[in-house]
Design a protein around this ligand. Structure first.
Ligand code: CTP
Length: 402
């Protein structure tokens, strides 16, 4: 059975000389068993006829927000909800800019804003447009917003120039979509427990001891696990992000003690636990009931250790459970992380180094090294946290099948 059988693909086509490739794309998609609906921009119609695309896709091709002289509305919300995947190929620089800014002035951009499914964008443009800082910025924004950007290739362009900017070949796009759908159920039936974000330890009713964790890495892992079919419980410290949709359970905590209780409670039933939270190692011995007033001289706050949650989980871990930790290091990174891997009885540990530019707190990118209990060491380049989340999941899957 082909992996696109029964999949509903919404195909967006923009005004680009590469629009002729969308006909080939539709033929290949239909051949693989997918159902296709096509939205064309007005400009796309100048490059390829709607009749060709509607004949190949066996569905009417839509272009305007309304039809029949404005008396009928083309329901972009329905289209956005109908699709299992929204592929825009070719995507022009203009449409990339609209998607990035949230401009909604045609059916394609309205459907983009309404789509809840994964969006794959296959750019096509001239080399200079592709290389322009504005396009680069828009592409980065689209990546940050969770869209998959397909690579452009090097070759002869419509302008006669030779360079980067050619749309990916249809056969390659089909294989990317197949990989996506194949990968999307690899954690089906698995219960995954993820902790994310910082903990806050109160000093008095006003102050606390916290850290700079944004929760972005843990949330990206939660999203990726959901996409791969897992049942995800997310336990989160205070962060500035909405919880991912389609979680099985969301637990909000503030302190390391609350995190300890919530995590140990959920742990027994989880197949895979990923401890991405930045847990305070110390908390004030006493929380002052009233706001601490300024005093003459120094103020000392007595701190006591919090429980090491991951080490406790390591002790409780059964053979069929997988336990994954993070290590944040600023020196002797690999050896420190290896020690934590062993001491906390982890299957693998993800090492973050604050020494690396673009890595660490608050950023959308990170640079990590994965170290496993069999001595394997995988150094990943600087990537978006969303991409790292997928790499981590691929590593989990390879461990499950090892
Ligand atoms: N961790 C935990 N409970 C704690 C402290 C840390 O579960 N009280 C977990 C973190 O979530 C992370 C891993 O342990 O997955 C390593 O955290 P890290 O802060 O790098 O190391 P620590 O073990 O706290 O050691 P140190 O701060 O001395 O480096």
């Amino acid at each position: 059975m082909s992996s696109l059988k029964g999949k509903k693909i919404l195909l967006g086509v923009c005004g680009s000389i590469a629009a002729y490739k969308s006909a080939i794309l539709i033929r290949l998609l239909v051949k693989e068993g997918a159902t296709i609906k096509v939205i064309m921009t007005r400009e796309a119609g100048k490059f390829i006829s709607p009749l060709s695309l509607s004949t190949l896709s066996k569905n009417p091709v839509l272009s305007e927000l309304t039809t029949d002289n404005g008396s009928l509305w083309n329901n972009h919300v329905e289209l956005g909800l109908w699709a299992d995947l929204f592929l825009v190929a070719p995507t022009s620089a203009n449409t990339i800019s609209k998607f990035a800014s949230g401009t909604c002035d045609n059916l394609l951009s309205a459907a983009y804003l309404s789509a809840r499914c994964p969006v794959f964008i296959s750019p096509a443009m001239d080399e200079d447009m592709w290389a322009h800082a504005s396009t680069k910025r828009n592409i980065l924004l689209l990546k940050q917003n969770g869209n998959a950007i397909l690579n452009v290739s090097h070759g002869e362009l419509a302008s006669g120039l030779v360079g980067e900017g050619r749309m990916m070949e249809p056969a390659e796009i089909i294989s990317k979509l197949m990989n996506h759908f194949n990968a999307s159920q690899t954690l089906k039936g698995k219960k995954v427990l993820i902790t994310a974000g910082p903990t806050y330890e109160a000093i008095d009713p006003v102050r606390f001891i916290g850290n700079h964790s944004s929760g972005k890495m843990g949330y990206a892992i939660a999203e990726a696990c959901i996409k791969n079919g897992a049942e995800v419980t997310l336990i989160s410290g205070p962060v500035n992000m909405p919880a991912p949709s389609k979680l099985k359970k969301f637990v909000s905590i503030k302190t390391a003690d609350e995190l300890f209780s919530a995590t140990t409670k959920a742990f027994a039933k989880s197949d895979i636990t990923i401890m991405a939270a930045a847990v305070a190692d110390y908390k004030p011995q006493r929380i002052a009931i009233n706001k601490i007033k300024k005093i003459e001289g120094e103020l000392n706050i007595e701190l006591v250790k919090t429980k090491d949650i991951l080490a406790e989980l390591g002790k409780r871990k059964k053979k069929n459970q997988m336990l994954i930790g993070f290590a944040l290091e600023t020196e002797n990174e690999v050896s420190n992380a290896q020690e934590k891997l062993k001491a906390k009885k982890l299957d693998f540990i993800i090492l973050n180094s604050l020494q690396d530019q673009g890595a660490g707190f608050g950023t959308d990118t990170n640079k990590v090294t994965i170290l496993d209990n069999g001595g394997k060491k995988i150094e990943l380049p600087l990537k978006m946290k969303t991409e790292i989340a997928h790499d981590i999941i691929n590593f989990i899957i390879s461990k499950l099948h090892a």
